[in-house]
Design a protein around this ligand. Sequence first.
Ligand code: HEC
Length: 173
Amino acid sequence: MHFSLHITSNYTIYIKLTIILIVAVVGLLLAGCSESQPQAPKGATQARAASSVPARWYAAEHVTKGGQFYAQFCASCHGVAGQGAFNWKQRGADCKFPPPPLNGNAHTWHHPSRVLIKIIKEGSPGGLGNMPPWGQVLKDGDIAAVIAWFQNEWPDPVYAAWYQREMKSRGQN
Ligand code: HEC
C-alpha cells in the first residue's frame, strides 16, 4: 500500500513537471521576442487635447518634391499613402517591427523633427530594426521635403500635438 502510494506520488510529480515544461516551452515560443511590446498609440486622444491649430511649416512645393522622393524610396515599405504595413504593431518572424504608418495613425508625431531626421538619415536606432539609412541618398532638403509630404497626411489635431513637442524640443515651450 505504502509502495503504491509512493509510486502514485512520483507519477503525479512526473505529470506536474511535464505540464510545467510544456507551459514553459509554449511560453517561450509565444514570447520569443525579448523586448516589451510597443504601447498602443495614444495619438487620437492626446492629439485631440491640443487646442489651437498651428500653421504648417512647409509649402506646397515641399510636399510635391517630398512626394516624389517618398514614392521612390519609402512607399514600398511604408505604403503609397503612408499607411504602413497592415500588421505594423506585431513583430515579424525576425522579431523586428514592420514599417509603421507615417500618415498620423501611429506615433510618428511623437518625434520632433530632429529625431525624425535622425531616423531617416541613420535608419533604425542602433541598427536594431529594418528601417534603412538614407543619409547617403537624400540631402537634408530632400529629407525635409519627405517629412513635409507625410506630415501633410496628418490631420490638424495630430499636427498640433507634434508641433507642441517640436517647440518643447527646441526649448521654446
Ligand atoms: C525596407 C523598408 C523600409 C523603407 C524602404 C523605408 N522604411 Fe522607414 N521604417 C521601416 C521600418 C521597419 C521602421 C520601424 C523601425 C524600427 O522598428 O526600428 C521604419 C521607421 C520609420 C520612421 C519612424 C516612424 C515612427 O513612428 O517612429 C520614419 C520617420 C521612417 N521610417 C521614414 C521613412 C522614410 C522617409 C523613408 C524613405 C526615405 C523610409 N522610411 C523608407 C522600414 C522602411
